[in-house]
Design a protein around this ligand. Structure first.
Ligand SMILES: [Zn+2]
Ligand SMILES: [Zn+2]
Length: 499
């Protein structure tokens, strides 16, 4: 008999502990609950004792009676706990917790009032709960992720009833947590009480006609599919890599199996070299540079180089000479250091694009931070590609191609987490191939801008550019959907640049 009583007490104790540990109940409210449970146990123990002492009943009958009562009590407790966990809590409990806890601030700060949160041209999701309720706690990481992932697309705001009990009245809620969905004009579309998963929230938005997976519809449509001017420059004056004008004094020529390639500078040569897919052994034997003094070709490995930094941009400038004496003569007037081919090559290949491995000058490139490490994107789109190549969240610091203004993009799980400024857009430079299809025009023809207006001005100033305006989110998505094989051959000569 004693054992049955002990066992019963153990079961009740277990459930009591479970209830008391439940974070749904708060602070001093627990003491009342504890007293109620102790009183219940005391009554129950007395009843069990009477049943066991009662004569006439068989032992089996007595145990059955006790078991039925205990099962009923346990069932009621489980139902209460599950209901609280799943469907949210009655708001009276929350306000009790508040009034019993720290001094409750009055009212709701203006920034949390509906008129200041919704109807701001973006759809809004307001979640009202308390940091202490279990379903609210489960919702917290979901809301944090949604807030990051939907930045610039929707407003996601959590309001803590522990801090701002006035929110319950302001938003007319009776259960916490409650999620309220608003359209761009601030009209309430739907509300849900209790825990709501990320997938269910996104599915609900879609059902309500708001597709948050894409931002495209909000962007101004802008494209230029034909050059504004015919490019009548003689082909031998156009750099194979960057399409820039070739100045004869710094021309670099490469004899390849497919014919001679003309480049505007040693730097464009090293960019090309860094993304060759063929065997690079003895490749430099095919390269000639131009003597700055005479304009005559010199074998690249035989030449001496005057290496200096542009005082405006900090970018290296490289002049080639047939002999050391003429290099020394130039250095006397322009400054710099004299070096040979080997050291020049090491310097030029020291910084590489974190996506496509091209040689870059950090001064020209986008800075990419990933996991505490710094790398570069040879163009804005390659910078986004670092997220795809490394699988990490990245932070990109890029410059507007028209004005040099700063643009900062942060990613989270392959989506845009934040964008500064939020108006920033991307130019996707594309060219039509002879078969009529469109392909990327290559890294030199991509860019980010702080606004669509800046992008349009830049396109106007560059009459040979063709392509279209896309969102920065789209620039990231385009990279995230590449396969590892596609990433491996990204921007390699022959893969990316249509010629
Ligand atoms: Zn070039
Ligand atoms: Zn690149």
């Amino acid at each position: 008999m004693q054992r049955i009583i002990v066992l019963t007490n153990l079961m009740i104790n277990y459930n009591m502990k479970f209830l008391l540990q439940c974070p749904c109940s708060e602070g001093k409210a627990n003491i009342l609950l504890l007293l109620a449970i102790v009183a219940g146990i005391w009554l129950l123990a007395g009843w069990i004792k009477r049943v066991l002492k009662k004569k006439g009943d068989t032992l089996m009958n007595k145990i059955a009676k006790i078991a039925i009562v205990i099962v009923l009590i346990v069932a009621v407790i489980i139902v209460i706990v599950i209901k609280r966990h799943q469907s949210g809590e009655d708001i009276s409990l929350a306000t009790d917790a508040v009034s019993l806890g720290q001094a409750a601030p009055v009212g709701l700060p203006a920034e949390y009032k509906p008129e200041n949160l919704v109807g701001k041209g973006l759809p809004a999701l307001i979640d009202i709960g308390a940091g202490t309720c279990i379903p609210c706690k489960l919702m917290a990481p979901i809301l944090e992720e949604l807030e990051k992932g939907l930045q610039g697309k929707a407003i996601v705001q959590f309001i803590d009833l522990n801090k701002y009990p006035g929110a319950a009245k302001e938003y007319r809620i009776s259960v916490m947590p409650t999620q309220i969905f608003y359209d761009v004009s601030g009209k309430e579309l739907f509300r849900h009480e209790g825990f709501y998963s990320r997938e269910d929230i996104l599915a609900k938005w879609k059902e309500l006609g708001v597709d948050l997976s894409e931002q495209q519809s909000k962007l101004p449509v802008f494209e230029r599919l034909a050059t504004a001017q015919n490019d009548n420059r003689p082909k031998e004056n156009i750099c194979y890599m960057c399409d820039g004008d070739i100045k004869q004094k710094i021309l670099v020529k490469v004899q390849t199996d497919k014919g001679p390639v003309r480049l505007c500078s040693p730097h464009c040569y090293f960019i090309m070299y860094s993304c060759l897919t063929e065997d690079k052994n003895d490749f430099e034997k095919k390269v000639s540079v131009t003597d700055w003094t005479t304009g005559q070709p010199v074998a690249a490995t035989e030449a001496v180089y005057l290496y200096s930094l542009d005082s405006q941009t900090g970018r290296p400038t490289i002049k080639a000479f047939a002999n050391k004496a003429s290099a020394e003569a130039e250095r006397a007037t322009s400054g710099g250091s004299i070096t040979g081919w080997q050291i020049l090559q090491e310097k030029e290949l020291a910084h590489r694009c974190g996506f496509c491995d091209r040689a870059v000058y950090p001064e020209d490139a986008a800075l990419v931070k990933a996991d505490g490490l710094h790398t570069w994107g040879c163009c804005s789109h390659c910078a986004m590609g670092v997220a795809a190549r490394t699988g990490k969240d990245i932070e990109v610091h890029e410059k507007d191609r028209l004005t040099g203004e700063k643009i900062i993009v942060k990613t989270f799980n392959g989506s845009i987490a934040s964008l500064e400024p939020v108006t920033a857009v991307a130019w996707f430079g594309q060219r039509q191939k002879p078969d009529g299809t469109w392909a990327s025009a290559g890294c030199f023809h991509q860019g980010f801008f702080v606004s669509a207006e800046n992008l349009k001005k830049w396109v106007e100033q560059n009459p040979y550019k063709t392509g279209r305006l896309i969102s920065i989110n789209q620039a990231l998505t385009d990279k995230m959907k590449l396969s590892p094989q596609q990433i491996q051959k990204a921007c390699k000569i022959g893969e990316c640049v249509p010629k």
